[in-house]
Ligand binder design. Structure first.
Ligand code: ADP
Ligand code: MG
Length: 300
């Protein structure tokens, strides 16, 4: 079959709105600009239009450059909105950042390890992070700071405490909504569970936590903090077998950061003279120490 000669592409017809616009008075279109920008959900351009156009004129941008300039403003504004929404959804208890963390105050932490974790490669891989240490040494601070890094990189994050999480699962079991709650806590790419081990758990909490950890295993990351060494988690969960099963999954692909040292809060008080150090120079928290090594690899 003879091929037909290629013909020049037909001129693309402008969208009907534009054709109508051709006939219309440009001034009318300009009057509708606000409404069109709203319809296209270009809120930042709409709100800052005068300033942006003035700036574009000042910089003597051509039409294409000006359009790129306007689009950049819209993209930046949308990204800002996404970030602030994701931060709200994450439900962090307060704002803490890595820049605000004084590494000199906690020499047992390797800043390089934390900066490496801040790249969130572990979140991309579905690995877990376990933060161990006595109260006041910055576990929650680091959880929030790392959680914010994950949000900034586009991951979904949810912050909760062990009490809140396990209380919700126990309630779910009692009310027949366990499945919904497990699904809810399985959804975020990173689930942060703060303060495991501070308060006694319900007898069935260990089983329920195991179910959640199994669901998330190799799918989504868990960042968990505890004041109790992992060797004591059977006491925390009140069941050796369940604790071993939880640790098996949690620690398989995990980075463990063990913090030793004084409470930052007490250190601040001591600095201001409100707190007197104990004999020996340390203002110990009185909580048992964390073992020097754990079964999982240390964060690198
Ligand atoms: P933990 O969770 O280990 O009990 P937190 O993270 O709640 O301790 O820390 C207690 C307070 O001290 C928080 O306000 C936290 O921001 C602050 N803090 C702890 N360690 C540091 C640090 N190294 N640099 C700056 N602030 C710190
Ligand atoms: Mg804490």
């Amino acid at each position: 079959m003879a091929r037909s000669k290629p013909t020049a592409p037909a001129p693309v017809a402008p969208p009907s709105g534009l054709r109508a616009a051709e006939a219309a008075d440009i001034a009318m279109l300009v009057e509708e600009l606000d409404a069109m920008l709203s319809r296209l959900r270009l809120g930042a351009i709409r709100e800052q239009l005068d300033g942006l156009l003035e700036e574009a004129a000042k910089r003597q941008l051509n039409l294409r450059e000006a359009l790129a300039w306007l689009c950049a403003a819209e993209v930046a504004s949308k990204e800002q909105r996404r970030l602030s929404m994701a931060m709200t959804i994450a439900r962090f208890p307060f704002v803490r950042t890595l820049e605000g963390f004084e590494f000199e105050a906690q020499p047992s932490i390797d800043p390089g390890k934390i900066r490496d974790l801040a790249t969130c490669r572990w979140v991309a891989n579905g690995d877990n992070v376990v933060l161990l240490g006595p109260p006041g040494v910055g576990k929650t601070h680091l959880e929030v700071a790392l959680g914010r890094e994950a949000v900034a990189r586009g991951y979904t994050v949810q912050f909760t405490t062990a009490m809140e999480l396990l209380g919700s699962l126990v309630k779910g079991q009692q009310q027949g909504t366990l499945e919904v709650r497990l699904a809810q806590y399985s959804k975020p790419k990173l689930l942060i569970v703060d303060e495991l081990g501070y308060l006694p758990l319900e007898p069935q909490a260990g089983h329920l936590f195991f179910q959640l950890i199994s669901r998330r295993y190799e799918q989504g990351s868990v960042l968990i903090s505890s004041n109790r060494p992992v060797e004591e988690w059977d006491e925390v969960f009140g069941d050796q077998v369940v604790a071993a099963a939880i640790l098996d999954r949690l620690m398989h692909h995990s980075h463990v950061v063990t913090i030793r040292g004084d409470s930052y809060r007490l250190r601040e008080k001591r600095r201001s003279g409100l707190f007197r150090p104990q004999a020996g120079g340390s203002c110990s928290s009185g909580i048992g120490g964390v073992p020097p090594s754990t079964p999982a690899k240390q964060a690198s």
